[in-house]
Design a protein around this ligand. Structure first.
Ligand code: SER
Length: 319
């Protein structure tokens, strides 16, 4: 069996820290190097960790060469809400970082590259319900524009340079092991922390704002399943639609109230409301289910139960 040597870029983020643990179990800690621009927090320090800035192309190339990397998971990005505050930097990191990785894939003949896209690649004139795989895409945020352009870059490198790059359009990802990271969907992460610590939460979206969401365990599983699938099963080389559930702030609050009856939510929408309204409310992921067997496990009920069972322990450790 061929030996994999895996590099994760942006491992310190919300997805990165959990994906790193998934990759440890699959390939062994010794074959995975997690990197970020900041020192590791928590669990990441238990494995190989190094500082690496994807924008420094020479450092990236030297690193890949020295460590004989065969696969790269490139996760470093500025998310939707933060990106609107510093659009030039968001564009620089989100685009140049990706192109550096794709060039490295050619230079070092990498087996595979993973790069995440997002529902943010869609826009206000995209069909909102059951958004098809192929449809109008008119993103309004710099983050979304960079994801749409990134999808086109991935497909271009696959077609013209033979790079085996694979991608998923993630919905809002909800985990409890790291704090929210500047996304519009991140209210659905923060709400659990606030429910447990304060029993009340002020939401920056209106109560009936529906968005597609996914529990982190499902997101990690989807990513690893996609990357493990034989290349001929991957028919889409821009990015796959993927989905698990959709809910509104009022609905997640009601679900939390089943466990914490005196939990209250109030609403104070800000600029993120406009971003949320430009995105789909539900996603058609039939292609991912057909091509490489995607199946989600967590709905709103299961996810809420699991987070409210496990998060108190983490909070107690921090206290
Ligand atoms: N979760 C991301 C965000 O809200 C969307 O991909 O920015």
């Amino acid at each position: 069996m061929k030996k994999h040597k895996i590099l994760i870029i942006g491992a310190g983020g919300q997805l990165g820290s959990e994906l790193t643990q998934g990759l440890w179990s699959l390939y062994g800690k010794e074959n995975v190097i997690a990197t970020d621009i900041k020192d590791p927090q928590g669990i990441l320090s238990q494995g190989n960790f190094e500082i690496l800035d994807v924008l420094k192309q020479k450092n990236l190339f030297d690193f890949i060469k020295k460590n004989e990397i065969t696969q790269v998971y490139h996760l470093a990005a500025v998310l939707s809400a933060t990106g609107e505050k510093n659009p030039k930097f968001a564009w620089h990191l989100n685009m140049d970082g990706l192109v550096h990785v794709l060039d490295a894939a050619i230079e070092f003949k990498l087996d595979r590259v993973y790069w995440p896209s997002s529902i943010a690649a869609f826009g206000p004139t995209t069909p909102k319900q059951n958004t098809p795989q192929d449809t109008i895409m008119d993103p309004t945020t710099i983050y979304g524009i960079s994801k749409q352009a990134g999808e086109r870059w991935c497909e271009w490198y696959f077609r013209n340079k033979g790079v085996d790059v694979r991608s998923l359009r993630y919905p809002g990802l909800i985990g409890y092991k790291t704090k929210p990271g500047g996304g519009t969907t991140d209210y659905a992460v923060d709400i659990f922390f606030k429910a447990l610590t304060n029993k009340k939460f002020e939401c920056f979206l209106k109560e009936n704002t529906y968005l597609p969401m996914m529990y982190m365990d499902d997101a990690v599983k989807a990513t690893l399943d996609l990357m493990e699938a034989p290349a001929d099963k991957i028919k889409i080389r821009s990015s796959y639609n993927i989905s698990a559930m959709s809910f509104s702030p009022a609905e997640i609050a009601a679900e939390i109230r089943k466990h914490i009856p005196d939990f209250t939510i109030s609403y104070n929408p800000d600029f993120r409301q406009g971003i949320a309204e430009s995105w789909p409310q539900s996603i058609d992921d039939a292609a991912a289910r057909k091509d490489w067997g995607w199946k989600h496990q967590f709905g709103l009920k299961e996810m809420t139960e699991e987070i409210l069972t496990k998060l108190p322990e983490l909070l107690a450790q921090e206290a």
